[in-house]
Write a protein that binds this ligand. Structure first.
Ligand code: AMP
Length: 583
């Protein structure tokens, strides 16, 4: 057999091992990404046995970053991005400065030079796109205000990195290898001898040029192409068009304008977000995105030499403390200073308490230019892998802390007699809304309606007309806020999360209606509902016979299979009434 198949080997062994170890991690109630990272370490050069091609793994990982950022762009409009610039821009800059300072301090303590310390500190100051987005997606936070701030913050960091990759070689004054232009990661570094300001100015111009190009040309051409393809009716071509646009714009951005692939993909998505086809485009890119995101974690694992942990325990600990506590405390303080609620500050700091791909690119660049000692790169890698592993734990801690703070706030609000003063600033209003939407309900004998989309909104409207007391649990910010404004009691969040479902006072409820399309989440909600109240009736929505059985086995009394009801309605139109009723 021909063994010269490194790409196939890397993909197959990477995905295969990640699958096995991810499943094992899941079995032990750990996040699957722990398994993906360990899979990477196992096929990396520092452990015995098969060694995958690192270069190929990095490129595959980059595809994951592109598709992820494209997906985020699809959820984002320019308006969203501008609406968070007030906090994201100063927040990211100040936080990066603090983290760089901390890293510099550690580097000086280790006896490195000032420039080594600066590169090292900068590498510790930027969070990984993939890790952040995965965490937000898992918690369904992308569409919330805190999610938008976190993503805006990330975009600013990304832009700062584009600049840093230009400035550092200019400061270093030497170009590592071949001379001339050298592509490192996905960014272009400066020409030798170029002054810092010229390099900076050129980069700034290119970024502006790219953004202007996307807003003027991209905004017209991209939606037009997709609409055209959508009208051909070919699902296959539509899928292909989405992929070609995401990858094509990302590559074009990197090649022509020297901005990062991730930023290019983000803009491609953002331009599409304004078109009605955004939702379908997002769905079509999902499966590939998930597969390549897994390869990202595998490729990170491959870089890691477990021996560093034993050889340099103290510096590793220092790096980890800076990433996990230094950065997140700084972010927390900034968000609070800007008048945002504690919950928002906690989510932002948890999102940023890790480092990843950008840090590796910087570390490689620093070592290549002779500015950073090898040891620095090893520490950055160790810090990245440990902080990525710890990130889910950190989020878990933040969720618990948030719950406690909210309970305390609710108790304090209940204890305070008299009407609350009218909220004044936007931040105060948002905080009041947030708290109102999360406080445990005091309703009794009520109906709890989970999901207020196509199905739930019709049910809710009818309940309101019939004056049946009900409350809604809804995940999407916009819908929850609207309901709240219309005077309907709403709990904002994912009903599958124990903290959210327990706020609905199910123990005293009369009925639970689960009107969401995802049967796995629905089953968790039904189960929690049943555990809280054995007597109430539970109605759930399903889309297949298997889902009906699954929901019943978790405690639902009545499960409506949506497609069957559609079929019945169609038959009622085409057959005489008695025949249609037999179905
Ligand atoms: P549709 O499929 O149009 O009826 O929409 C379902 C609605 O349920 C959407 O508005 C979702 O945001 C919402 N939803 C889906 N899953 C959850 C969940 N686990 N918790 C709360 N709301 C949800």
């Amino acid at each position: 057999m021909n063994h010269d198949i490194p790409l196939i080997l890397t993909v197959v062994v990477g995905l295969g091992l990640a699958f096995v170890l991810g499943t094992i991690a899941h079995r032990f109630k750990a996040p699957p990404l722990v398994g993906y990272l360990i899979a990477g370490v196992l096929i990396g050069p520092y452990t015995p046995g098969f060694v995958a091609d690192q270069d190929l793994a990095n490129q595959l990982a980059e595809l994951g970053v592109i598709l992820l950022m494209f997906g985020v762009g699809l959820h984002f409009s320019l308006k969203d991005l501008l609406s968070v610039k007030g906090i994201a821009v100063p927040g990211a800059i100040v936080q990066m400065a603090i983290a760089t300072g901390l890293g510099l301090g550690l580097a000086l303590w280790l006896g490195w030079s000032l420039e080594a310390g600066l590169v090292f500190g900068l590498a510790l100051s930027v969070a990984s796109t993939v890790v952040l987005l995965k965490a937000l997606q898992e918690r369904r936070l992308i569409d919330t205000e805190r999610g938008r701030i976190a993503v805006g913050w990330l975009i600013v960091e990304d832009l700062a990195m584009v600049l840093a990759l230009v400035i550092i070689p200019a400061i270093g004054g030497v170009i590592a290898t071949h001379g001339g232009e050298e592509v490192i990661g996905d960014a272009l570094v400066a020409e030798p001898g170029q002054s810092v300001w010229v390099a900076l100015g050129l980069t700034g111009l290119k970024v502006v040029g790219f953004v202007a190009f996307m807003l003027i040309v991209g905004r017209r051409v991209i939606p037009w192409i997709l609409h055209y393809i959508a009208h051909t009716g070919s699902r296959e071509l539509f899928r292909l068009a989405v992929l070609a646009i995401a990858l094509g714009v990302a590559l074009g951005a990197a090649q022509l304008f020297d901005v990062s692939l991730a930023l290019g993909a983000f803009f491609a998505g953002m331009i599409l977000a304004e078109s009605a086809l955004a939702h379908r485009a997002a769905e079509e890119s999902l499966p590939l995105r998930d597969a390549f995101a897994v390869l990202f974690f595998v490729s990170v694992g491959m870089l890691f030499d477990p021996a560093t942990l034993i050889e340099n325990p103290l510096p590793v600990l220092g790096v980890l403390l800076i990433i996990v506590f230094g950065k997140s405390l700084a972010a927390f303080a900034i968000v609070i200073l800007f008048g945002y609620p504690v919950g928002t500050a906690l989510v932002i700091s948890a999102s940023l308490a890790q480092i990843g791909e950008f840090s590796f690119i910087l570390a490689e660049l620093g070592v290549g230019l002779g500015m950073l000692p090898q040891e620095g790169r090893d520490l950055i890698l160790a810090g990245a892998i440990l902080s990525i592993l710890l990130n889910p734990v950190f989020f878990y801690g933040v969720d618990r802390l948030k719950l406690r703070l909210e309970r305390r706030a609710a108790a304090a609000a209940a204890a305070a007699a008299g009407p609350l003063p009218a909220p004044q600033t936007a931040a105060e209003r948002e905080r009041a809304d947030d708290e109102a939407m999360l406080r445990a309900s005091r309703m009794t004998d009520h109906t709890v309606l989970v999901g207020y989309g196509r199905v739930g909104s019709i049910v809710g409207e009818a309940l309101r007309k019939a004056q049946v007391p009900f409350l809604v649990i809804e995940d999407v910010d916009r819908i929850a806020t609207e309901l709240h404004q219309n005077g309907i009691e709403v709990i904002h969040g994912n009903a599958a999360a124990p903290a959210i479902i327990s706020a609905a006072n199910l123990g005293a409820a009369h009925r639970l209606i689960v009107a969401i399309p995802n049967a796995f989440e629905a089953a968790n909600i039904v189960q929690a509902g049943r555990a809280a109240n054995t007597g109430m009736s539970i109605v759930a929505r399903a889309h297949s016979d298997a889902e009906v059985a699954h929901l019943r086995s978790h405690g639902a009394d009545i499960v409506i299979m949506a497609e069957r009801e559609v079929a019945k309605s169609i038959l009622a139109e085409v057959l005489p009434a008695p025949a249609a009723r037999e179905i």
